[in-house]
Design a protein around this ligand. Structure first.
Ligand code: ADP
Ligand code: MN
Ligand code: MN
Ligand code: MN
Length: 343
């Protein structure tokens, strides 16, 4: 009997920003991944004297790293449960799923723009070992070894996401050198967030294998919202959102903006550690202390894309979420506010 390898991936209990963890199960080739467990005392999810936590598979995709040609190796995104199978306190997916089901009739879609910064050792990849690169300007969507750093990893990650069957729709170099973005969606919640967490795992995993510099150090991606202080762009996770009514009516889009205005503080608090370091009012952000919205406005909390105003229907871009946000929390808050207003 052949074997298959299942890489179980989950989110740990670190605060304020949880990390990804994973471990491998060897399965008979014809078996689906079962419920599994782990030592929660090593991930801030349990005490040592009652350390067991439960992993329940929520999304299984082909494993593009180990390959799925000769044997069906898989990546298994999991949610964490207590041993009585209730959701663990660190499990943000459960509430997202409940709310999404409650408002299923509104058919919410999300498109997530994940920005990240590549580091080699303690410096952003390709930055000089002393001092700084030339000021921002030529790097966004740039080409050439003097403009962008790390494309080998970016291309490899894109290929891996496609092989895994994720809904990745694009990648681009960002405003700060060594900063990049990929987009996932549009999809419903919590599936869009399941896919984003797998795509993040693939990014970290691919970085282990691509080596730069004379010492051949691996490349680490960070989701730090402001990896370099000063006159350098932060990293966000712009979240594009629509309901079926918004996809047909501009009034519904504007009603959603007004509902978001009412709950600005609640959203900002759930949008990732260090949001106030990034949402300064500079570098294409609106200050976190004040809500704003505008057509084509990249200095606003909410941007209404120009085609949406022109077509009088579509979606909104919430520019506030940090790169290090939990997409289960962000999509849950957006459903709560946009689908729940008036009810
Ligand atoms: P930006 O101009 O902000 O860089 P991107 O092209 O990076 O925009 O991302 C736009 C995102 O909007 C994509 O992830 C796409 O999936 C998403 N999107 C497009 N239409 C919708 C929609 N109707 N509802 C939700 N998201 C959408
Ligand atoms: Mn983008
Ligand atoms: Mn971007
Ligand atoms: Mn954007």
């Amino acid at each position: 009997m052949g074997k298959r390898l299942a890489e179980y991936i989950w989110i740990d209990g670190y605060q304020p920003t949880p990390h990804l963890r994973s471990k491998t199960m060897v399965l008979p080739a014809d078996e689906e991944p079962p419920i599994w467990g782990f030592d929660g005392s090593s991930t801030l999810q349990a005490e040592g004297n009652a350390s067991d936590c439960v992993l329940r598979p929520v999304l299984t995709v082909a494993d593009p790293i180990r390959g799925s040609d000769s044997q069906e190796n898989i990546l298994v995104m999991c949610e964490v449960l207590n041993t009585d199978l209730t959701p663990h306190a660190s499990n943000m997916r459960h509430a997202c799923q409940m709310l999404s089901e409650q408002y299923a009739d509104q058919e919410t879609w999300f498109g997530l723009e994940q920005e990240y910064t590549l580091f080699c050792g303690s410096r952003p990849l390709g930055w000089p070992s002393h001092g700084f690169p030339a000021p921002q300007g030529g790097y966004y969507c740039g080409v050439g070894a003097d403009e962008v750093h790390g494309r080998k990893l970016v291309e490899h990650h894109l290929e891996m996401c496609l092989k895994a069957g994720l809904s990745i729709t694009g990648v681009n170099a960002e405003v700060m050198p060594a900063q990049w973005e990929f987009q996932i969606g549009p999809l419903g919640a919590p599936q869009v967030a399941d896919e984003l967490w797998i795509a993040r795992w693939l990014l970290y995993r691919c970085g282990e294998d691509i080596r730069y510099g004379p010492e051949g150090i691996g490349v680490s991606a960070t989701l730090d919202p402001k990896p370099v202080p000063g006159d350098w762009n932060g990293a966000g996770c712009h979240t594009n959102v629509s309901t079926n009514k918004m996809r047909e009516s501009y009034e519904e889009c504007i009603a959603a903006v007004e509902a978001l205005r009412e709950r600005h503080e609640v959203h900002v608090q759930g949008y990732g550690e260090g949001v106030e370091r990034r949402l300064t009012g500079q570098h294409e952000t609106a200050n976190y202390k004040q809500f704003s919205a505008g057509v084509s406005d990249r200095g606003a909390s909410i941007r209404i894309p120009w085609q949406v105003e022109k077509n009088k229907c579509g979606y909104l871009e919430d520019r506030r979420p940090n790169a290090n946000c939990d997409p289960y929390v962000v999509t849950r808050l957006l459903i709560e506010t946009i689908c729940g207003h008036g009810s």
